[in-house]
Write a protein that binds this ligand. Structure first.
Ligand code: ZN
Length: 309
């Protein structure tokens, strides 16, 4: 019902305000659109994740498409102001709705993702779209989940004179069960997706912390010069990787210790957080979500360990 109302809005021209997206050039021919380091609100229209694009001789490669149909359309318009090259293809980093719901604006070109991402969008796409309609409202008008149609070929490849590499994180990812990155060896830009956060607390609902920490090791070893995280500003060095690692290591130890002390989840949610993380966007909200998702398992493990003694 909520989506039907949205569709009616979408049919009235001008009712759905476009996003004002400004491409930031981060290397020759490589741009990002920087999302806000906030949670979804009506005010930010769900524009909370980074997206980007690379101009090649054969056309434009797009990395992630944002939270709504209107965002995808705005992205296409903004790309058109930078280059007259056609869109060549789209790569989707993972299945979270802030990263793929602009796919509708790119249905005329191949959209690539890891197989698990495609399956998850097919299975959960409707549910996550509904939840964004509730959080963001009218800017979602007309948005329907479009699963990527193509399984991405990993590895190094030449596209329109650019030497790019498509990389899947670890065995099962880390942040989610499947995370795709794009490294452009020509410019040294790495689009890391949500494996890396910067000045914004990491999201952990689908995370395996140990695998994520291993993935961060692998990312740090990659030959990049500019890092575009999934959320937060780009960086010319590995700072966002270190920040993400520092937070995840702290989170794991902090939750284990709380479990060992026998605290219940409600108590853990309201513990003071370290000073060094205070500058991160949505810190409290993400921390509480992480407690809700991760703490029950830590409590079970702790009880089991005690029982085995
Ligand atoms: Zn995200």
């Amino acid at each position: 019902m909520i989506r039907l109302a949205g569709l009616l809005f979408a049919l009235i021209p001008g009712v759905v305000a476009a996003y004002s997206l400004t491409p930031q050039q981060i290397a020759p021919g490589v741009y990002m659109f920087e999302g806000k380091t906030e949670h979804f609100t009506r005010a930010n229209k769900g524009d909370i994740a980074n997206t980007g694009f690379l101009v090649t001789d054969d056309g434009v490669l797009v990395f992630d498409t944002g939270p709504s149909r209107s965002y995808g359309q705005s992205m296409r318009l903004a790309i058109g102001l930078v280059t007259d090259k056609p869109i060549h293809s789209v790569y989707i980093s993972h299945h979270h709705p802030d990263h793929f719901l602009g796919n509708q604006a790119f249905e005329d070109v191949p959209i690539y993702a890891l197989e698990h991402t495609i399956e998850t969008i097919k299975r959960d796409g409707d549910a996550v779209t509904d939840s964004l309609y509730r959080l963001v409202g009218t800017p979602m008008a007309g948005t329907e989940p479009v699963a990527p149609g193509e399984v991405v070929s990993l590895g190094r490849q030449q596209v329109g004179g650019r030497d790019i590499e498509l990389i899947a994180a670890g065995g099962h990812g880390g942040h989610g069960a499947a995370d795709l990155m794009l490294l452009d060896h020509t410019s040294g830009v790495l689009f890391a997706g949500d494996l890396v956060f910067h000045q914004r607390a990491p999201t952990t609902p689908n995370a395996d912390l140990d695998e994520w920490l291993q993935a961060l090791e692998a990312i740090e070893a990659l030959d990049f010069r500019v890092l575009v995280p999934g959320h937060g500003p780009s960086s010319r060095g590995p700072e966002p990787i270190k920040q993400t690692r520092d937070y995840l290591q702290w989170l794991e130890e902090h939750l284990r210790q709380a479990a060992a002390e026998g605290l219940d989840a409600a108590e853990v949610m309201y513990l003071d957080l370290p000073e060094r993380f205070r500058g991160m966007g949505v810190l409290e909200a993400e921390y509480r979500r992480s407690v809700a998702h991760l703490y029950p398992e830590m409590e079970r493990e702790t009880l089991k360990a005690v029982g085995e003694r």
